[in-house]
Design a protein around this ligand. Sequence first.
Ligand SMILES: Cc1ncc(COP(=O)(O)O)c(C=O)c1O
Length: 385
Amino acid sequence: MKLAKRIDNLPPYLFAEIDKRVAEKRAQGVDVISLGIGDPVEPTPKHIIDKLAEQAENAVNHRYPSYFGMPDFRRSIAGWYKKRFNVDLNPDTEVLPLIGSKEGIAHINFAVLDAGDTTLIADPGYPVYNTGAILAGVNPVHVPLVEENDFLPDLDAIDAGTREAAKMLMLNYPNNPTSAIAGDDFFKDLIGWGAKNQVIIAHDNPYSEITFDGYVAPSFLQYPGAKEVGIEFNSLSKTYNMTGWRIGWACGNAKVIEALGRVKTNIDSGIFNAIQHAGIEALEGPQDIIKEMCDIYQKRRDLVMDALGKLGLEAREPKATIYVWVKVPGGYTSASFATHVLDSVGVIVSPGNAYGPSGEGYVRICLSVKDDRLVEALDRIRTLV
Ligand SMILES: Cc1ncc(COP(=O)(O)O)c(C=O)c1O
């Protein structure tokens, strides 16, 4: 049997690998605590679940959903962007519901790039930036995010050849995995750079609502000219504890949205309508969950920062996201430290190099674990360092 060559170039999905290692360790009787994947442990709010239950009873919703998402859900997304970011979106042409933003992040490559084209991806970055490009036969060029530049890409450092070849730049702030945030000037420069170099900007914003200490994250689309150069992905996953529901969207430039929609309509048939109704409930119903979750994550962030400080491990204090990006102690690589922590004390942390070569020297600690387990994980790590 022969498989596609592209499969040889496709690394196994990081979190699927981590899941396997957890299962192996658990089978050996180890009480593993995973600080690996960013997946909220708190439940989806009840009013959203109730809406799903109600709509699941309605036979109309059992049929194929509308390919481009329910008009009401698109309107709801546009309404949320207006209320939250003061961004005007045409729900018919500038909003496209996705079966989780992950699929859109992969499919966008098929919509705007041809095989052999060049795309720019943040490094370190969400693994799908890289693997989505590989699947589409596109050449992903890594744009380093380094601490000296506050984990922002140095756009001027991209050489002329790469800049001219590139058709898209994929990045995200508040950032996974570094938890860095980007200010107004960065976004304005980014838009100017994209327009000047004819590079589509794909900004990925699933952590826009998970912020601390009074920080409010922007949308890329709120800056002048953004819609002319790009799109933004967002998702209900982290904002409303809905990772398992698979519901998100892309919005912004109508031409890119139309192209992504055309790819998707030929591949999938959209999100279960009952889930889209629940999505409307999430966006338009009570919003208490957001503040509650931010308070929970902020408290956990403080626990982690305190423990790291006592251990002499370096990390910048996150203002957003559910991640802490930690420098590994001297003598370790990302992978050797992550393996050491797992093998010695049964705690999973993600090795930074799995997010791209510039992630080497770091591990990512995720805050989506119950407080008592987090405290225990930190106590266990304390015995090590
Ligand atoms: C930066 C980033 N983008 C996109 C996603 C995918 O989110 P979704 O659940 O909407 O597919 C994640 C999930 O962890 C993420 O961290």
